[in-house]
Design a protein around this ligand. Structure first.
Ligand code: C2O
Length: 498
């Protein structure tokens, strides 16, 4: 039964009673019904707030901490426990319980699956917190530079016992627990918002992922928003967040995904043909299993999550405001224009070689260079071209994925700096299939380098830089995999223009 349906039933019962026709015998039933449903049936939608607003209220932060704490205190076989919910996303456990390991990545179910997952998690969290008004906050790391810092309640106190929102295992390329901010390149969503198609089929790209008829745990058809900021933020935070198998154990996961869910709404509001695939019967009707706050299993499908306010009773606190990073306000793009020129993709192979070569990423940076062959000699954004970097045949240790930073035209001898214009992002292995292709839209980086005259001389280079060494303290965490660097191999690098 959908939540919308149960809300209507509550309303109907209320008017029945107020009309004075209820028998005495029906009242205990009614109040029991109210006791279980009240928390999710308030008349106006719950408002998911920006965490930087939310955390102004100590009472809200306390409720959030309490809810997480209570969920963490229950064991993994209880559906409403922290561990059970996290295992639904991913787990290494060999004895799988209902709905474990069911997160959807690399297909056009990425957005609806995670929306449903958050919806039921939020209901469980609200119940656990004891605060019937609690709604999940979101972390908007993109639009305001000062908010690229991991919100303070998740870092301080840096003590997992005293602070249920703290997680010591955040060991990506940025020291987020120390208050370092995520690089602008990691959090950018302009490239995703340029896409006007929700899904793509066999090749090409889209906002929301490749069309498939059935859900996929780690498929190869990521949409652009899943690639960035979604995957990039996961691996930049690193540690538990860096691997789908452990990601949902870190409390910041839920705020990251509330933001991804909000960006889906915001993409739709850009207009220009951006719509959900409501004529696609698989997307609309394929069902997924979750658990509600009473541990009842529930099935849900895409058609039930199209409108958060009317179907799921929640909204974001910024539904109509314009965004700084949006396509509409970006000077270099035009949402309504079709791309000019031919649509035949052009390609440079950075690792051109007839024979089979394997590149191995280890403890030292690796730089590959190629001639730009006219492909990047023109102003790419002005021409509405999309430039994509592809790393093919990527192999890595599933237990221990290592995130290499990628730089374009990093000058020889220059220290790699993720806040510099050369930084393109992370070679993200988050839910990347083995031997799959990692792709990243580098249009904005290339365009910026062109503007600064840093892409000249007819050659382009790509440099892979290993992440900073982990501190011993992070390594010997009990019950967590050893965080030594795993080797990453790949067979080639190309840059395409379409
Ligand atoms: Cu299912 Cu952010 O991952």
């Amino acid at each position: 039964m959908s939540h919308e349906l149960s809300r209507r039933q509550v309303l109907k019962l209320v008017s029945y009673v107020s009309a004075g026709t209820a028998t005495v015998g029906s009242i205990p039933l009614l109040s029991r019904f109210f006791a279980t449903e009240r928390a999710n049936a308030q008349a106006t939608p719950f408002i998911r707030e920006n965490i930087y607003t939310f955390m102004q209220s100590p009472a809200k932060v306390a409720a959030l901490r309490r809810g997480v704490q209570v969920m963490k205190s229950h064991s993994a076989d209880i559906q409403t426990s922290w561990a059970y919910q996290a295992n639904m996303h991913g787990t290494n456990s060999l004895s799988l319980m209902t709905a474990w390991n069911t997160c959807d990545h690399g297909t056009f179910f990425f957005f609806p699956w995670h929306r449903m997952y958050l919806y039921y998690f939020e209901r469980i969290l609200r119940r656990a917190s004891g605060d019937p008004t609690l709604a999940l906050p979101y972390w908007n790391y993109s639009d305001v530079e000062a908010q690229r810092v991991l919100p303070e309640p998740f870092r301080i106190p840096a003590d997992e016992v005293a602070n249920s929102l703290y997680e010591s295992d955040r060991t990506g390329n940025i020291n987020v627990n120390g208050g370092a901010s995520l690089p602008a390149t990691i959090v950018a969503y302009a490239s995703a918002f340029r896409r006007t198609n929700f899904f793509h089929t066999t090749t090409g790209s889209s906002f929301g992922g490749r069309r498939v008829s059935q859900t996929g745990h780690a498929s190869s058809g990521k949409g652009e928003l899943e690639r960035r900021p979604h995957d990039q933020v996961h691996v930049s935070i690193g540690g538990l967040m860096g691997n789908p198998v452990t990601a949902a154990q870190d409390p910041i996961f839920w705020l990251h995904h509330a933001n991804i869910d909000r960006l889906w709404e915001r993409w739709l509001r850009q207009g220009g043909g951006r719509v959900n695939p409501t004529t696609d019967l698989d997307w609309m009707n394929d069902t997924f299993t979750f658990f509600d706050e009473n541990s009842n299993d529930v099935q849900m499908s895409g058609r039930q999550v199209l409108d958060t306010a009317t179907q799921l009773n929640y909204m974001y606190d910024d539904p109509m405001s314009a965004s700084n990073n949006s396509v509409a306000s970006s000077p270099s793009t035009d949402i309504s224009s079709q791309r000019t020129g031919t649509s035949t993709p052009q390609e440079i192979s950075i690792s051109a070689s007839e024979q089979q070569v394997t590149f191995v990423l280890g403890d030292t940076p690796l730089t590959l260079t190629a001639s730009t062959q006219d492909l990047l000699t023109r102003r790419v954004l002005v021409e509405n071209a999309i430039i994509t970097l592809n790393v093919t045949g990527v192999e890595y240790e599933q237990e221990n994925p290592t995130s290499y930073d990628i730089y374009i035209n990093l000058p020889q001898g220059a220290a790699p700096n993720p806040h510099s214009p050369y930084y393109a992002g992370i070679l993200s292995l988050f839910s990347l299939p083995q031997k799959g292709t990692f792709s990243l839209d580098i249009t904005d980086v290339v365009s910026d380098l062109q503007r600064r005259n840093l892409l000249t001389g007819g050659a382009i280079s790509v440099t892979f830089v290993p992440p900073p060494k982990k501190t011993p303290q992070n390594r010997k965490r009990q019950g967590r995999p050893n965080r030594r660097r795993g080797v990453v191999r790949f067979s080639g690098v190309t840059i395409t223009r379409e």
